[in-house]
Design a protein around this ligand. Structure first.
Ligand code: NAP
Length: 247
């Protein structure tokens, strides 16, 4: 039986992906900063382990306790929306620490076991902001685009060892806790000078023509995890698929 380790399973896309892999009969190691009971079924195929991807000792512990991992899903992430000049560097660093360096550190921690077994898949969850630029998301886009470039190179480097690397690019998912989890971080990031240009942009954000639901992401992660071609990009959700254009 195969084992998937997923980061950021306390809500949203990560939680749905954990449920999906469990439904398909996999062993699931659902990791969370603060493990919670009651959000995943009680099952001998689900283990909930603590993991903060910004803490090296937390990563070392979870990889040691997890045992062999067939698929790593780097899903944990945080957002920030606002004018870049108003986004303090501590906030920019916080976003990169989680979205970029957290992902890179998790990859580095599991690559040795996958390389030795000559098998394994790493699925990095980025965002549709990497498919088409949008304003007021510069820091977040930077953090996710770095993972895109990193993953393309890593896929080529690890291919020789039978280890695959894939990208899942979800669109806007209003049903997750993503916006709520970023509310505090985003306070005061639209200074007066930007107010007029921001107003219609945020009005349009509030009325999206298409969105992504957690099930779209779970299914895309599943497809990516099983794909044996050299396809790197897996947009997830109607809005992301439209932005990506014909594949
Ligand atoms: N929703 C969207 O519109 C959207 C669009 C495109 C891409 N994405 C990406 O999709 C992924 C999942 O987002 P979501 O929409 O499902 O949001 P979410 O509901 O806020 O879930 C994010 C998860 O990441 C976890 N997390 C945050 N910082 C962490 C850290 N340092 N270590 C470990 N876990 C951490 C959160 O845990 P806590 O509960 O502990 O905070 C939570 O479980 C993210 O990478 C996000 O960038 C989201």
């Amino acid at each position: 039986m195969k084992t998937v380790l997923i980061t950021g399973c306390s809500s949203g896309y990560g939680l749905e992906t954990a449920l999906y892999f469990h439904q398909q009969g996999w062993n699931v190691i659902a990791t969370m900063r603060t493990p919670r009971t009651g959000i995943l079924p009680v099952s001998d195929r689900i283990r909930v382990l603590p993991l903060d991807v910004t803490l090296p000792e937390s990563i070392t512990r979870v990889v040691r306790d997890a045992g062999p991992i067939d698929v790593l899903v780097n899903n944990a992430g945080i957002g920030v929306v606002g004018a870049f000049e108003a986004t303090g560097m501590p906030t920019v660093r916080e976003v990169f620490d989680t979205n970029t360096f957290g992902t890179l550190a998790m990859c580095q921690a599991v690559i040795p076991q996958m390389r030795e077994r000559q098998a394994g898949v790493i699925v990095n969850v980025t965002s549709s902001v990497t498919l088409a630029s949008m304003p007021f998301a510069a820091a977040y886009t930077g953090s996710k685009t770095a993972v895109e470039g990193f993953s393309g190179s890593l896929a080529l480097e690890l291919g020789a060892f039978g280890v695959r690397v894939k990208l899942v690019e979800p669109g806007y998912g209003p049903s997750t806790r993503f916006t709520e989890n970023g509310t505090e971080r985003m306070q005061g990031l639209i200074p007066e000078a930007y107010a007029d240009i921001a107003r219609p942009i945020f009005a349009a954000f509030a009325q999206p023509q298409a969105v992504t639901c957690p099930q779209d992401v779970a299914e895309a992660v599943w497809r990516a995890a099983h794909d044996v071609s050299d396809q790197l990009h897996f947009p997830a959700g109607a809005d992301a698929i439209a932005l990506a254009g014909p594949q």
